[in-house]
Design a protein around this ligand. Sequence first.
Ligand code: KIV
Length: 287
Amino acid sequence: MTERTKITLPHLFDKADRGDPISMLTCYDFPTATFQEGAGVEMILVGDSLGMTMLGYDSTLPVTMEDMIRHAQAVRRGAPGAWLIGDMPYMSYQPSVETAIRNAGRFMAEAACDAVKLEGGQEMADRMAGIAAAGIPVMGHLGLTPQSSSALGGFRLQGKTAKQALKIVHDAKALERAGAFAILLELVPDQVCKLITERADGCFVISLGSGPHAHGQLLIYHDMFGLYPKFKPRMAKVFGDAGSVIQEGLERYVHDVGERSFPEEENYFRMADDAYEELLSELEAEV
Ligand code: KIV
């Protein structure tokens, strides 16, 4: 694989200005990062969704900074050219501006991330401004924000009424003013995403299940390949059913081991006959 040129923030802004859609995916491990790098994915989010997709929790809340750093490091090793974003886990930025800056700095220093992302609107604008002032590119996340899913009434469409939508539009402006380089809109109506995208000034908008009008699109990697067994959200397009391929392969493996049809000769090694004879004599001499 030829190494690609490192994606930079000016490159992403150029694309957004030209109306050329930006591709973004979540990723949590080295092999997948290698595939995504090879495919030319421009932005990679090491999401705290790894708590669900990789660690089997029912929500993202138990995920720690240590979990995030370990996975972000692995992804960076596999995708040196992508614009890599570390997702700030629950309570790594909510307590104070200082906590937010310190933890954002860890993503940059320990995992070679290019940026961080945090959830929340106007109430998080001071955390966002603090991180941006520390020289760390920071992305906002509005709409369905999984760390607040309990307060939001579950994993469901946000901004359905005019009043709710107006709050999201105002939140987006507050984040933009606080220095966000980009805003992720998760599961908001298409028209709301379009409005925010058209009004964006100095930041670009990425859509997750929020329609085609944003500057770029994000999908959860596990959803696009049928790799999350618990549910498949409607917003996710399945680009390949890797989950079924893996399940079928595993069943064949168990069957082949049971039937002794695995391993075959090409799957193992033999020593030379004379070396084996010598080994037997050595063993006999030991008795
Ligand atoms: O953790 C994550 O993957 C995210 C996405 C849901 C946007 O924040």
